[in-house]
Ligand binder design. Structure first.
Ligand code: C2O
Ligand code: CU
Ligand code: CU
Length: 525
């Protein structure tokens, strides 16, 4: 059944707020073929009201496995002069079911939107929205997406991080002509609940089309999610852009110095967006624990996230939850990466905090931007005036991440990164760079020889990082992008399950990818 997606009122998205939850019971086994709710038009997710009745465990500790984190509330004095005006956010309920077909239509077309206050800009948008509609799926869903390309140029939709058949990957092998359409059909494998995203992937033009506004979030939910279903959930899609004085998106003239700088560093913009809005406000109640899903949809920017006065409990990465939560002060999120975090509302009712991205030096000194070391505000976290809720216990054990066994690896692939090249080669669609049989387990050793970070991405198959510069990864997680810092080497292990085809691997700095920093892994049946 097709989903009708109404054109949203952008004003409705000015802040990230809770919305009464409308989930069916998780155990509900009613067959649901309709999917009218699989695509949400807003940026927040259904939430349930927090239980006011603290469990015994909750009284003992908040992050039970990690001891009690107590931070005095008086550290959270209001620090911002002005808050973004609150507004409602639309979100859709999710139907819990065993197996269902989710069928929807996504149309990419030029349109005009106000991305920033006071200006209207020519953009490309999925269904008239930037970012595009959030697609909410469940493990086991069969997904059919009818893509209509109404852009004046070839495009595609790539389902970043999802494990699916080659013909539905939406990579550069499968461009959709202007005016054309394509059906992407895949089933979401069990065990892959996590945060993903979608974006175009036309050869040489991915950066341009994402800059114009084509990107959106995908949430895959599990029936056996170990985190309490009562945690209010928030989605934060991070991006940045650059605008000309007349309000148009500033795409550098290919012959300009600016373009050369973009080609080197990757295009960064001075305007930072969360869910397509500049510095929105997210509300939290004192004592509440929120589950945040964060997506780095920027072309080149690496985020170093910190929330003033708060710690994060890092619970998941690209392909879903960790085995155990990890308490951290900051989270570095490379291009294309995702993080799942728990944020505890340790602030006092009525107080405020700011989510920032702190300086992260990913550049060679010669082209490092002058303002690289300035912290940038992303989001205001506003405490409601309601009294604090009682703490809630977070499970010490989340979701198993079974280790891929290095003893089963049949090959080690060396990938040497230099500026715009992998193993000294530039991308050629007619060439296969690596060939491997279906079902093989391999180790990839990605060595960055240059003085700039390169976030490395593999299509089709998720992997586990083994070590960085020889230091074993402290815990396992499912990844599809790993940032390889300057002059460092990262090793990961991957198994080519299920799907033969020609899978891309590339640097996810879009300018690097578009300039050929990409190769082809052919998995043969
Ligand atoms: Cu997110 Cu090849 O892409
Ligand atoms: Cu991808
Ligand atoms: Cu790169």
């Amino acid at each position: 059944m097709a989903v009708c997606l109404a054109r949203p009122d952008r004003a409705a998205h000015a802040s990230i707020a809770n919305r009464p939850h409308a989930l069916l019971p998780r155990a509900d086994s009613t067959r649901v073929d309709a999917d009218a709710d699989a695509v949400s038009r807003g940026y927040a997710f259904p939430t349930r009201t927090m239980s006011r009745r603290p469990s015994l465990l909750a009284k003992l500790a908040w992050f039970a496995p990690l001891g009690v984190l107590t931070i005095p509330a008086d550290r959270y004095a209001p620090e911002l002069a002005a808050a973004t005006p609150p507004a409602s956010v639309r979100a859709s309920p999710v139907a819990a079911t065993h197996r269902r077909t989710v069928e929807l239509t996504l149309t990419a077309a030029p349109t005009r939107l106000s991305l920033r206050p006071g200006g209207v800009t020519n953009v490309y948008a999925y269904d008239g929205q930037v970012p595009g509609p959030t697609i909410e799926l469940r493990e086991g869903d069969r997904v059919v997406v009818h893509f209509r390309n109404q852009l004046p140029e070839p495009s595609s939709i790539h389902w970043h991080g999802l494990h699916l058949p080659f013909t539905s990957d939406g990579g550069p092998f499968h461009p959709v002509a202007p005016g054309g359409q394509h059906d992407y059909v895949f089933t979401v494998p069990p065990g892959t609940a996590g945060t993903y995203w979608y974006h175009p992937h036309p050869h040489h033009h991915t950066g341009h089309q994402i800059a114009m506004g084509l990107y959106g979030a995908i949430i895959v939910r599990a029936d056996d999610d170990p985190l309490p279903a009562t945690l209010p959930e928030k989605l934060l899609v991070l991006s940045d852009n650059r605008f000309r004085a007349d309000g148009a998106i500033d795409l550098a003239d290919p012959r300009s110095d600016h373009a050369r700088m973009d080609a080197e560093n990757g295009r960064e913009g001075d305007v930072l967006f969360v869910n397509g809005t500049v510095r929105p406000t997210l509300t939290i109640r004192s004592g509440e624990v929120q589950r945040w899903r964060v997506i780095n949809a920027s072309a080149a920017r690496i985020y170093r996230l910190a929330l003033q006065g708060h710690d994060f409990l890092h619970v998941g990465s690209d392909g879903g939850l960790f085995e155990r939560p990890v308490a951290v002060r900051e989270i570095v999120l490379g291009v294309g990466e995702r993080a799942e975090l728990l944020v505890r509302g340790t602030g006092a009712p009525g107080s405020r905090s700011v989510l920032q991205t702190l300086p992260y030096d990913r550049y060679i000194p010669q082209t490092r931007p002058a303002d690289w070391n300035t912290p940038r505000d992303l989001l205001t976290v506003q405490y409601s005036n309601e009294p604090a809720v009682a703490p809630i216990a977070i499970p010490a054990v989340l979701h198993p991440v079974p280790a891929l066994d290095t003893l089963h690896a049949t090959a080690t692939r060396l990938m040497v990164l230099t500026q715009h090249l992998i193993n000294g080669r530039s991308m050629d669609l007619a060439r296969v760079d690596v060939r491997a049989p279906l079902g093989a387990t391999e180790i990839w050793e990605v060595e960055n020889l240059v003085g700039m970070d390169h976030p490395f991405h593999l299509h089709g198959f998720r992997f586990q990082v083994l070590d960085r510069n020889g230091v074993p990864e402290p815990y396992r997680s499912w990844k599809d992008v790993v940032n390889v810092p300057r002059h460092e080497t990262v090793r990961f292990i991957v198994r080519y399950d299920d799907y033969p085809g020609k899978w891309m691997f590339h640097c996810h700095i879009l300018d690097h990818e578009d300039h050929g920093m990409m190769g082809v892994l052919e998995v043969t049946p």
